[in-house]
Write a protein that binds this ligand. Structure first.
Ligand SMILES: Cc1cc2nc3c(=O)[nH]c(=O)nc-3n(C[C@H](O)[C@H](O)[C@H](O)COP(=O)(O)OP(=O)(O)OC[C@H]3O[C@@H](n4cnc5c(N)ncnc54)[C@H](O)[C@@H]3O)c2cc1C
Length: 506
């Protein structure tokens, strides 16, 4: 606490020396009004601190925002809320109150012309694929159990991780094509971290035992049910932003930050893209880590090189309005067919009835992942909509005549790429940032962690605690895959404490 106060006083003095205008009210700058930035701002504003949130975009919520389209409410692709952390769940409930529903998760994989349950359930996989393919999968699963590939250590690959747990045949059917579409990399070039975070293990052996009555498979997991606000996922962040303003803070939309100003290794202000500078005692940054670091002063060459080696993947979402409300019953489908470029299709009609606002038909969203230099990233809207129409009709779930219109949203840098060696590039960047006081790099692209919104909320919470001096946290060690001994989930009645949950899958 004393240290934090001392740093604040020093930062103020540096800013005065640097000739930056200082308003006595302004203490904490938050760059980005997504889940991480708004959670920090909300907690700090409640604690009586004055915060200013600078948001480059025209609305709040970041990648977790909702917006109106064709009279309905939609998100940027599928956004379920699920957390194992009681603090995150409590905060979420504090904001949303009772304006949410519990949703039974149904998400399947479209592979060939069949739909397989996801997370994979061994019984369903075996029943769906027929005896010959099932036998081949069992043999390959058995071989991987007897002699698994090495799948641990910092440079373990995604492919080895999955093959060691599922066998090669299932890897090729259910993981390879989707992961390569998502990341644009061979699974041999992907770090196993991504798998450990996002894939729930399963046991084919267990399924066989339960099929012959020797074991009972546990079917329900925490990931089977999730919470969803009645007015779309982004409602949580819209309410947080309103609360920040009501508590005396400021949320400035359409205000991109160009760089964080540091002096003698302490953050002391921000420079906006209009060239103006403002002084602060702390800067919380959720802007892309690479852009933020490049804007700092006195960057060693090795850090610049490491920063340049960190890459992000973009998403294009094509929304289609369709006349048919019941093309499929899942909240979203994973598309594994290599024939189709899209990797995931969301059906917003299958979340909560309120977001449809009694409109006829349904809105679907097809996701396409790409790099800046890929031709698809610069395709015009008409071309993107035409492809999505074609691919949607090819799935056989709707006909071309049932597709009424399309609309496109592009999301740059939405996935930090966990390439095989990303940790070796991230380490010097983190070490350099650790030398800086009062600068908090958090969030998904803000800290280069493959966060879900709950992880970003947790980072925002912990940052506020650290700034307020209530606790010391090493935010670089907040792991997106943290397990909590005592954990809790949101239920229709509110919070419920659970003991050790199983891994969630997204
Ligand atoms: C397609 C898709 C599906 C997802 N599904 C789920 C899901 O089911 N469940 C789940 O929990 N999570 C999901 N996520 C992840 C979730 O959206 C993110 O984890 C969350 O939004 C990250 O919050 P954040 O605050 O860290 O970053 P962001 O949401 O990216 O917010 C960062 C904000 O900073 C702003 N910004 C950037 N640069 C600047 C600048 N220079 N100056 C000012 N502002 C700036 C941006 O405009 C943005 O508003 C999904 C994400 C995507 C893309």
């Amino acid at each position: 606490m004393a240290d934090a106060a001392l740093h604040c006083r020093r930062a103020s003095a540096f800013c005065l020396q640097a000739g930056i205008h200082r308003s006595i009210d302004v203490r904490i700058a938050v760059i980005g009004a997504g889940p991480a930035g708004l959670t920090a701002a909300y907690q700090l504003a409640k604690a009586g601190q004055t915060v200013v949130v600078f948001e480059a975009g025209k609305s709040v919520g970041g990648m977790a925002r909702s917006f109106d389209l064709w009279g309905q409410r939609v998100d940027l692709g599928p956004h379920r809320f699920f957390s194992k952390d009681p603090r995150v769940n409590s905060l979420w409930l504090e904001v949303i109150g009772r304006d949410y529903r519990m949703v039974e998760r149904q998400t399947r994989i479209l592979y060939g012309d069949r739909l397989y349950e996801y997370p994979l359930r061994a019984g369903n996989v075996l029943a769906n694929m027929g005896p010959v393919e099932a036998a081949a999968c069992l043999l390959s699963y058995g071989a991987a159990r007897i002699a698994p590939p090495r799948a641990t250590g910092p440079d373990a690959t995604f492919e080895d991780w999955v093959v060691s747990r599922f066998g090669r045949r299932l890897f090729e059917m259910f993981f390879k094509s989707y992961s390569e579409k998502l990341w644009g990399l061979s699974c041999k070039e992907l770090n196993a971290d991504f798998a450990a975070q996002r894939i729930k293990s399963f046991s084919l052996a267990q399924a066989l035992l339960s099929a012959i009555g020797l074991s009972r498979q546990k079917h329900r997991t925490l990931a089977d049910v999730f919470a969803y606000p009645l007015n779309g996922n982004g409602e949580v962040y819209e309410r947080m932003a309103r609360a920040v303003t009501e508590l005396g803070g400021d949320v400035r939309l359409n205000t991109p930050v160009k760089r964080v100003i540091v002096k003698d290794k302490a953050a002391c202000g921000v420079e906006l893209s209009d060239g103006s500078s403002l002084a602060f005692d702390h800067v919380i940054s959720t802007m892309p880590l690479t852009t933020m670091v490049k804007g700092l002063s006195d960057i060693p060459e090795a850090v610049t090189a490491a920063t340049n080696a960190l890459t992000y993947r973009n998403t294009i979402i094509v929304y289609l309005r369709v006349s048919r409300p019941d093309s499929f019953s899942d909240q979203w489908l994973y598309v594994h067919s290599p024939r189709l470029l899209t990797g995931r299709i969301t059906h917003f009609g299958n979340w909560v009835p309120e977001i449809r606002r009694r409109q006829p038909g349904a809105i679907l969203a097809l996701e396409y992942w790409c790099n800046n230099e890929d031709a698809i990233w610069s395709e015009d809207e008409a071309t993107l909509v035409a492809r999505a129409r074609r691919e949607m009709a090819e799935t056989g779930l709707v006909t071309d005549q049932e597709i009424l219109e399309g609309s496109v949203v592009r999301i740059p840098r939405c996935y930090p790429v966990y390439s095989r060696d990303y940790k070796s590039h991230l380490a010097p960047v983190v070490a350099f940032l650790r030398e800086h006081r009062n600068l908090w790099a958090i969030g998904r692209y803000g800290s280069f962690k493959y966060n879900n919104q709950d992880h970003s909320i947790l980072m925002g919470l912990l940052t506020a605690e650290a700034i307020l001096g209530h606790a010391e946290h090493d935010l670089w060690n907040v792991n997106a895959d943290d397990e909590y001994q005592e954990s809790s989930v949101i239920t229709a009645e509110g919070l419920q404490v659970e003991t050790r949950p199983e891994n969630a899958a997204t």
